[in-house]
Design a protein. Sequence first.
Length: 629
Amino acid sequence: MYLWKALSLLPLVHNVVANSFDDDLMSFVTLPGVRALKFNVEHHDRTRLAPGYWFVAPYSGIGPEAPTQKYQQFQVGPYIYDNDGKLVWAGSPVYDNRNTFDFKPVHNIDDDWYLSWIVGWKHDDSHKGNGVVMDHKYQIKNEVQVVNDLHDFNMHEFTVLPGGKTALACTYRRMMINLADFGRPGEETGVVLGGFVELDTTTSQIITEWDSRDKIAPHESEILKPEDPNHPIEDAADYVHINSVDKNAAGDYLISMRFTSTIYLISGADGHIIWRLGGKESSFIQDFVFSQQHDASFVESDGTRHVISILNNGGWEGAEVEPISSALVVELDTSVTPGTAKVIRRVNRPDKGMTKLRGSAQVLPNDNLFAGWSEWGYQSEHAPNGDVLMTARFASERFSTYRTYKSEFIGRPKTPPAVVAAVYGTNKDDLSTTIHVSWNGATEVASWKFYARSWDRGTPVFIGSTNKTDFETLFIANGYMDWISVEGIDRNDSSLGSSDVHRSKTPMDWKAAGFRGADNGPSPENPAVIYSTMEDVQASTGNGDPAAPHREPGVYSDAKKLAQDVHQASELIRKVLGLLGFIVTVSVVGGVGVILFRVCRRRRMRSYLHVPQDEGLLTEQMQVQSSRV
Ligand SMILES: *[C@@H]1O[C@H](CO)[C@@H](O)[C@H](O)[C@H]1NC(C)=O
Ligand SMILES: *[C@@H]1O[C@H](CO)[C@@H](O)[C@H](O)[C@H]1NC(C)=O
């Protein structure tokens, strides 16, 4: 009797087979354009994980790509995932797939949560890119533009400072400098200066500007040699390579220079270098080394005591200084001369690998350490004692993220939940309505309530509810339900908002779809007739849970039988086709008769070409290019 339901899965199975080359991407019925990356997650100890979400910005090529060069649309851009790697927010449509960097949560503007990131420059140079501040309703609050002569908004850092009026960014600018430092006073060579700006987030005006000119000499660089031939300006040497900037309450700036392997504290008052940590001229007696580091930021900074977190790459494409990359927390004491620098925490990359490019390190509020190892989105969370609590990476090897952050966050999208409803069945008495629902970026939905109407403005009739278990939830209602709406419910059973009213999709040709009945197919049923007894059942069984849907016993056992049939059929299909990895989870929601299953659906269109990632030697040069005059 329910075989058609199982058979209706066959086209889906076929799609999974046909598209298995991209089974490292998620698919959603309610968000057909988005193919978010899947994460492979290993939890070693869930109980000690910090609460919160992951903030990643996958890209396939570090430089901007023409849209037609993308592997597919909508993997590139800002994305939020939960602790299990389930999608929470797909943000790549906001800037149409443009490369995104330094995507992170912001909680220092007011009591609400915000997001910030950098949109990369356009592949055709028609736009320089910008910094973005977005509110928790996913509405853009600020777009911070490049207002000077620079080629682009540099990809490394965009940090909103407390109060939200200003933000920090890195700058790259070419210039000719004198080579007196190398004993060649009459000569000049082209270098890329490393600098930073503090910008007004409303007007984009530059409030403070600093760069390495006359402050960081060529001999501090690990890539300039006294005997090197002079660089013409168009082939300027990226001699310092700034990759992070932070600011403390005292108003001084902490910057990381990859190609001097040095972290500098810059005076906010007059721009002089207050001290150097690491490199050839460290101001500190250090009990450790680091090199080619990324993401130096203050954990604490108070007078003469500073605590700093660093992603210590320990090498780069040219050389390895240490065998394993690590995340470090270091404590500096500047009350003595020379100052002292000690490692107070070190976590090695759990797979003992090297992150030769990029990366991030973050001390979480519960004192866990969250490290982003960049390539393929590899990331790990560590307990204060160093225990590895979680490792994860993209299922795909075509994508990486420059940094990754973890934080609590509350998102309340202004757009309503997305709903797709469809009716199937072979005869009038055997119809059911599948309802897919998702709400991109809504973090507080605990369950969904489903409603149908007998006409577009009819009274909504409650037809069931189910817990939210993933980005997208499927609910199956008995009968031909139409004029569907879905309401998001939070943990406290309060409404978060409702979708628009959606018509249920029907087969284009009911007869061809196997319907035995009137040629023009069945008509929508009055939901009140099928579901009207729910209140009565509730009263007679004394079930006191108002959130639980209730049905007459006959409806319940039918739906349960249906669930079993679908489950058995999908098992059979899986065995017949030998499909590993095709998982249909069918569950009967406790005593209610609602079937949930998750299936992969074919994307609606594929206008993007499959182009393998270009992993050349250009990775660093790409960033230098971002400074071209
Ligand atoms: C649920 O209620 C508790 C207690 O009133 C409150 O602290 C919490 O913020 C509420 N949660 C949500 C998601 O509204
Ligand atoms: C739905 O979620 C609530 C709260 O987490 C839980 O108590 C309940 O058992 C869940 N219901 C089902 C059917 O899983």
